[in-house]
Design a protein around this ligand. Structure first.
Ligand SMILES: C[S@@+](CC[C@H](N)C(=O)[O-])C[C@H]1O[C@@H](n2cnc3c(N)ncnc32)[C@H](O)[C@@H]1O
Length: 262
């Protein structure tokens, strides 16, 4: 049965990455405010206009069911632009900040997996999950979304009998990790998407991502990982598939390592 056009538009809107939806709602608030401007019973300054855009955008985000932190972000977005224009900072500075943030966060607006780092205590907990040393056999470890390469650098240092790989999509963290690991012969990072990696060759796959990709990632891991290999997720569980083992880590974030043997 075909869905009514109104329903499918609603569903498609909700499927947009939240940041893109937020931007569209800002645009809608701006256009609506232009249309409503002549009905406002007081003279509009750029700041009061921006504040009204903020109120509308915040209301739209709330009505669209966006996570609640979007409401204050939507409210301050337009007024903050007016305020920053008043400060008269050189546009080059904005461009430079934008380019740095782009290089660090890259496609986070789409993947919804930003850069944040596993703690040293997580690194040490991972040591205990690596296979026992067996005469001459090297194991293979993969960090999908390897950030600046801290997990790989640490494990390669303490367990040189493994081969460590990482894949990272954001250019600046990738470049940092590449520089950091280039002299370690048992570590390799490449620039690309974890969705293009074949997980079949690894004995352990480690992920520290976000709740968003976990269901799809679990399907990928089940499809590709070999029997007996370990899938380990820092902090983020797989919906409907409880882990076989959980290691609680006593760090600032109270991290937990969720572990599945495939
Ligand atoms: C939370 S950080 C974890 C960094 C590192 N694994 C650690 O534990 O310290 C997640 C990283 O995954 C990267 N990422 C997000 N989506 C990705 C994708 N589709 N392919 C590869 N990397 C991705 C992000 O750029 C970010 O650097």
């Amino acid at each position: 049965m075909r869905s009514r056009p109104g329903c499918s538009a609603d569903v498609n809107l909700r499927r947009l990455p939240p940041a893109v939806l937020a931007l569209l709602l800002q645009g809608a608030a701006f256009i609506l405010m232009i249309a409503l401007a002549r009905f406002v019973p007081f003279p509009l300054t750029p700041l009061s206009f921006a504040l009204l855009v903020g109120v509308l955008a915040a209301a739209f985000s709330h009505l669209a069911g966006q996570a609640r932190w979007w409401v204050p972000i939507q409210f301050v977005f337009a007024p903050a632009q007016v305020a920053m224009l008043a400060v008269e900072v050189t546009p080059t500075l904005y461009l430079a900040i934008f380019l740095i943030l782009l290089a660090v966060y890259w496609s986070t607006f789409r993947t919804q997996v930003p850069l944040y780092l596993s703690s040293n205590k997580v690194w040490r907990a991972l040591e205990g999950l690596l296979p026992a040393e067996e005469g001459g056999r090297r194991f293979r470890f993969m960090d999908i979304g390897s950030g600046i390469g801290g997990v790989l650098a640490h494990l390669a240092q303490v367990r040189p009998d493994g081969d460590y790989s990482g894949v990272e999509i954001a250019p600046l963290p990738f470049a940092w990790s590449w520089l950091r690991l280039r002299l370690k012969p048992n570590c390799h990072v490449h620039w690309g998407s974890l969705w293009d990696c074949d997980l079949a060759q690894y004995d352990l796959v480690f992920a520290y991502l976000s709740p968003v990709p976990m269901a799809e990632l679990w399907e990928k891991a089940r499809r590709e990982m070999k029997p007996g290999s370990l899938f380990i997720s820092n902090t983020f569980a797989v919906p409907e598939f409880p882990p076989q083992q959980t290691v609680q880590v006593d760090d600032l974030h109270h991290s937990a390592l969720f572990i599945w043997r495939m």
